[in-house]
Design a protein around this ligand. Structure first.
Ligand SMILES: [Fe+2]
Length: 269
């Protein structure tokens, strides 16, 4: 019964009457600034030697995401698992451990990683990471004009989930959208409860952690100069206690697949 007592105490701390609005169900996102210079040389080498390709969600850039293409790393698509990156991976794992402990979850293990390269005007469509419950980005190279990383409020999606709903056209800036009349969040002003997307400014050496259920994207890097590149490493984690089961599953779904190099970027072949 001890657990229930603790939970009740937590509730009492938050609710103050005669009136309260309480930000329930907090979402833990975390940033760690790492001393990145020590890792740059090794990261550059890994970026140079890893095959990359175009990918439907990545525009104006390339990615090492596709396990069919990342031949050398295809066994687990874990590019941060390269021997030369051991110190960086160790530091990232320390941050993951710290985050999970602070948030109150059991330890997590990094199980897959890749990198994306965006050039001027490059962007990444909104997406979520499957087969993961904690995700992260480590920013290797972030020139000044790099666009922020953006996270999406999952509640905004839930409000639009009803099928056969009455709809209306809503103007949002120049954009006209068909929205769900019953469920759409009709924002009057921006408050802590009404914004849908939030920016995370990025810079070289930033490590950013977020729950994998959050949708995210990168807006077009309009301010990058020609020839500049925004390079980030992304990764997924699962609960350490499920590592064995995950490895069996990954073997079935990743390891034994046929390779297909048809979309590879030629510079890396
Ligand atoms: Fe992503």
């Amino acid at each position: 019964m001890k657990k229930y007592k603790k939970r009740d105490q937590f509730k009492e701390e938050k609710w103050k009457y005669p009136f309260s609005i309480v930000p329930i169900f907090a979402t833990p996102v975390a940033g760690y600034q790492l001393d990145h210079k020590q890792y740059n040389k090794h990261l550059d080498k890994v970026v140079d030697k890893t095959p990359v390709s175009e990918y439907p969600a990545v525009h104006g850039g390339v990615t090492a995401y596709d396990p069919k293409i990342a031949k050398e790393h295809r066994e687990n698509m874990h590019i941060l698992g390269d021997k030369a990156l051991e110190p960086l991976l160790g530091e990232i794992q320390d941050c993951v451990d710290h985050y999970m402990e602070k948030v109150g979850f059991k330890p997590a293990a990094i199980v897959s990683s890749w990198f994306n390269i965006l050039e001027k005007d490059g962007y990444v469509d909104a997406h979520r990471h499957k087969h993961s419950y904690l995700s992260g980005c480590y920013y290797h190279t972030c020139p000044e004009g790099s666009s922020p990383f953006q996270l999406h409020d999952p509640k905004a999606g839930i409000l639009n989930m009803n099928k056969n709903k009455p709809t209306a056209k809503l103007k949002r800036g120049k954009e006209e959208r068909i929205v769900d009349v019953e469920g759409y969040w009709h924002r009057e002003k921006f408050t802590a409860y009404t914004y849908e997307w939030t920016d995370v400014p990025v810079n070289s050496g930033l490590l950013f952690l977020f729950p994998s259920y959050l949708g995210h994207r990168v807006k077009p890097c309009k301010d990058l100069k020609e020839g500049e590149q925004r390079i980030n490493f992304s990764f997924n984690c699962i609960a350490k206690e499920h590592l064995e089961d995950y490895t069996k599953w990954a073997k079935k779904h990743f390891y034994d697949k046929e390779l297909d190099h048809t979309k590879c970027d030629e510079r890396n072949q």
